[in-house]
Design a binder for this molecule. Sequence first.
Ligand code: ANZ
Ligand code: ZN
Length: 874
Amino acid sequence: MTSERYNARESEPRWQRQWDEKAIFASKNDDPRPKYYVLEMFPYPSGRIHIGHVRNYTLGDVLARYMRAKGFNVLHPMGWDAFGLPAENAAIERKVAPKAWTYDNIAAMKKQLRSIGLSLDWSREFATCDPSYYRHQQKLFLDFLRAGLVEREKRKVNWDPVDMTVLANEQVIDGRGWRSGAVVEQREMNQWVFKITKYSQELLDALDTLDRWPDKVRLMQRNWIGRSEGLLIRFALDTATTPAGESELKIFTTRPDTLFGAKFMAISADHPLAQAAAAKDPKLAEFIAEVKRIGTAQEIIDTAEKQGFDTGIKAIHPFDPNWKLPVYVANFVLMEYGTGAIFGCPAHDQRDLDFVNKYGLGNTPVVCPEGQDPKSFVITDTAYDGDGRMINSRFLDGMTIEQAKEEVAKRLESELRGNAPVGERQVNFRLRDWGISRQRYWGCPIPIIHCPKCDVVPVPDSALPVTLPEDATFDKPGNALDHHPIWKHVTCPKCGGPAQRETDTMDTFVDSSWYFARFTDPWNETSPTTPAVADRMMPVDQYIGGVEHAILHLLYSRFFTRAMKATGHIAMDEPFAGMFTQGMVVHETYQKADGTYVTPAEVKVEVIGGERRATMIYGDEEITIGPIEKMSKSKKNTVDPDDIIAAYGADVARWFMLSDSPPDRDVIWSDERVQGAARFVQRLWRLVNESAEIAKAAPAARPASFGPEALALRKAAHGALDKVSSGIERLHFNVCLAHIREFANALAETLAKGDKPAPDVAWAVREAAVILVNLFAPMMPHLAEECWQVLGREGLISEASWPQIERDLLVEDSVTLVVQVNGKKRGDVTVPRAAENPEIEAAVLALDAVKAAMGGKPVRKVIVVPMRIVNVVG
Ligand code: ANZ
Ligand code: ZN
């Protein structure tokens, strides 16, 4: 028996070296076993691993190690999402080249990742800023271009005047740039766009097939794609009121049923009719300029006050030639959606209601909720968008909303003006094409040349990659590629004349939209993928990452996979068969009296009189314990993975991350719980060492039969094996850990009965110890290797097979019987399956419900129907 403590600091690097030397986590593409692809979202090389990474990668690692033990050819790669702004900011602030900064960070973070003991296949590693990666991305761009999946478009873009770059809508938060915080402006620019909208319907429909994705993520995608069915209606205009005799205004509505509640029409500031009217009305021109200054990003529109300008133009109601509606230019109508024009029905749309209440246009309810009296139903400040029956709507009165929609559609479809129908059913999507042009240096160059004679010319495939110049300078704002003295000046591949390279680079979301496919064969120098290999190793069986990527990254990747299929690089549509979004690591915050935050490392927390109190470790200053929040630099409530690993070892950090909460929930970092995990490591170590002593004396051959003590231990072992296996498969890691603890207790109890057990017990102890080590190996792989050796097992546990479950041992060993008194059910009782009648009778008569029902009368007899009912007769 050993009295030595387990020394993680000594042991962990030793096992990491062994795994490396034997390359046991490198998966081979020609491995004949079934494959299992585990992937965690690859990190941005910011410089340091944070605790959220540790959680993310530990979750994936448990699954990867388990599936490897189950006999799968596990693909578990890692790489770096390495392009992006911070590298350029570092170049500006610290005068280091983006490339040097990035690769230094990668080296530092790789070292940190290794110290966590992850079972990664480093042979497949790449960074998206490696020319050997992005050259293939350029090839994909060109292939997509040839396939009509890339186009050049004049687009109104969000312009960040501080970062000097175009921002995606999602990068505009409350009208400001997400990094710079500057008020975002609108500009028209030529942009490269990926035609994701070609797949709108498909991307939506296929969500139904992703049954191993969280429902909330699918819902977010569904809403983002935003399919709506509605009606396109051509309103006639009173030409006497229009600037140049315009005679019609097309609108898109999802609520044609509310047509009789219309009070106004509204058009976008960018609508041609608004432009035409503004040419004749300086006040309107001013209003339009103001609307454009504020911008029309969704986020702004949702929060800004609804404003409009009456153009004086009148539209004519489609069902009543005498009914004229005023046409406003309004700040809440987007040019990019539908037709850029609407009719407003204030009673049933909140934006419209806010609008009419401001301009005194009134409202008429046309849908009356069930059970309301139509005569007294009025709308004041809150629009009604629920169900009901049509009112105030002439021929629609009494219909349901659905019936009214159908009736209006039918009538307007069959009514012709000119020779076109007035109404036309239409499906609209909120999803926009994906603008990928970024006016930035540190990104994948777009392989295009602009020639004054030939216009846009693709870089020939043979001239790829278009690499970034390494001598760019960052002393002035804007795009360093554009400023570079020679880089952009080239000869046109078509006419040989002087031409210029495209200086925009690709949105970094492009880089992460196909890296998972590249991992299947990162060695292919000539093509992005090796289709036969990609088709065998894809899809990713389990993808794990933060919910912050639930919309864009996943949607773009789903689009990319389809586009790669269309261009022959892969044969499937969906890249991620299983998706899991993990929760965050959160921590209390600590503040001094003056409000400044201090780090957990500087604070000592004690429980005094049942209350937690905090003071500074040095100086005893009183500290206020603040709310539990996501770890962030600004709140200083972070813990550094390096510190934790140095103090406790990686296994403890891993175990803690897995133990406290379900992986999809937030986990509260707690030093006390981390120390608890550290104690558990020592406990397991002692248990295994003690078991090993007993195992030495155990018979080699399996005993012919087992006594009750051995049997009980064997049942605990196989029960735990069963529960932990299915728990890992469902990613219920915290539950698995609870089962492991329980099983460890059972083993400890057996050991406590003495160190000279009977041969059958000794055999069961050896079996139990082996199973125990197998069960915690995915979570604490270093400790498991060390224990494996103590148990005298061959090879590495990282290469061992998962133990076989003996199902016979899982049979439920208790039974529940219904208890009746004089034929009437009074409760039930659970007894050992093997219990004899006297034991059952005693248990039944002890029940409170039985005593109460008997009311003190003597028991005449007890009838036991085996396995079913016990009847007490009084
Ligand atoms: C009349 C109406 C009455 C509407 C009512 C709604 C409620 P979704 O579901 O997102 O497709 N709309 C149409 N185009 C618009 C644009 N370019 N900018 C702003 N709003 C626009 O929304 C469709 C509804 O949004 C349309 O139906 C239209 O208002 C408005 F009680 O038409 B509705
Ligand atoms: Zn040319």
